[in-house]
Write a protein that binds this ligand. Structure first.
Ligand code: GH3
Ligand code: MG
Ligand code: MG
Ligand code: MG
Length: 324
């Protein structure tokens, strides 16, 4: 059932994916300033992996933050600088904290090895480094990293799914409900305006009845796409019900909100909507209710209620219009 669940996210079985390849061509950064040691390790790794050797810890940090390495090996006994400090920096920077990090140390440096492990260095190798051990530890770390990347992607995908409407790709009502309170409270606190539009496609049932439910779905997808095109990134566009959409306009007053609503109404009316399976297009119009946050509103529901009443007036007045 785990495989089933992950297929739903379109990522395949993460465990299979992470364990399948054993070749594991990895991109490795080796921070080492002893020429002999660097050469031997590069030779050992070189067969399967791409190795960049860097002796200077500052340049190594730059390389690590700019590049995409699958693993970083750091010598703890660099001449005149502290490999452990570099490890700590690599573990604290966003760009590098998830890259597998392996310390190279002398056996008598156990105390420093323990400190490194304490702040999150993933593994260590004792000198003289055994070639097979090097390859095995590297392989383990790279595999762990790839596995956790896949899982991270899956978690991200499932979180996206939970707040996205499956048909239109707009935010869903759950997302709106969970965010609107905060936005609304923030606007009230800063005494900034905020507006809400409720949009409802006119006589949508007729499109379903005439061309079928799938044609109706296609119109909804196109409708959503046009709304995305004609709103800003900071606006929240959420599918609220079947063919109803709520748009939250942070920082917009009444005049601006009405202008935006009117522009959307015109853009919907101006271009017919394609219905591919019927090889034709249909005219669609939308009615829009507009409301703004009032000082006496206790909750965003008050604003939405006024927008809904305005929408009702728009329908009653003949549809294809904006009312506030
Ligand atoms: P009005 O101008 O008064 O809004 O008329 P209307 O027909 O659009 O209004 P009504 O709310 O009565 O009907 C909405 C229809 O939307 C009914 C429902 O079958 C349809 N609908 C709701 N969700 C979906 C959906 O996801 N896909 C499709 N194809 N139709 C849907
Ligand atoms: Mg309706
Ligand atoms: Mg409708
Ligand atoms: Mg409706």
């Amino acid at each position: 059932s785990r495989a089933m669940a992950s297929r739903d996210f379109g990522i395949g079985d993460p465990l299979a994916l992470a364990t399948a390849e054993t070749g594991l061509d990895a991109n490795v950064l080796l921070v080492e300033d002893r020429p002999g040691a660097a050469e031997r390790m590069a030779a050992a790794l070189g067969q399967h992996h791409a190795v960049t050797v860097e002796a200077d810890p500052h340049r190594a940090l730059l390389l690590a933050t700019e590049g995409t390495y699958d693993a970083i090996l750091v010598s703890l006994d660099l001449e005149g600088s502290d490999g452990l400090r570099l490890c700590s920096q690599l573990r604290s920077l966003d760009r590098t904290r998830n890259v597998p990090l392996i310390m190279l140390a002398e056996p008598h440096e156990r105390a420093r090895i323990v400190r490194g492990l304490d702040f999150g260095v993933h593994d260590f190798l004792l000198r003289p480094v055994d070639r097979n051990e090097l390859l095995a530890r590297l392989r383990t770390q790279v595999r762990r990293k790839r596995f956790s990347d896949v899982l991270r992607g899956a978690v991200h995908a499932s979180m996206e799914l939970a707040i996205t409407d499956g048909l239109t790709g707009l935010h869903n009502r759950r997302y709106l409900d969970s965010h609107l309170g905060t936005l609304f409270g923030d606007a009230a606190f800063r005494q900034r305006p905020m507006a809400a539009l409720i949009l409802d496609i006119d006589r949508f049932k007729g499109i379903n009845d005439t061309y079928g439910h799938e044609a109706g779905d296609e119109v909804l997808r196109t409708f959503a796409e046009r709304l995305r095109t004609h709103t800003r990134n900071i606006d929240i566009v959420a599918r609220y019900g079947g063919e109803e959409v709520v748009i939250i306009l942070p920082d917009a007053g009444l005049a601006e909100a009405q202008a935006i609503a009117e522009r959307i109404r015109e853009r919907v009316e101006a271009l017919p909507f394609a219905i591919q399976r019927a090889s034709r297009s249909v005219s669609v119009t939308v009615s829009i209710g507009v409301a703004v946050r009032e000082a006496e509103d206790a909750a965003p529901g008050d604003m939405l209620k006024r927008a809904d009443l305005a929408l009702y007036r728009a329908k009653a007045a003949g549809r294809n219009r904006v009312e506030a």
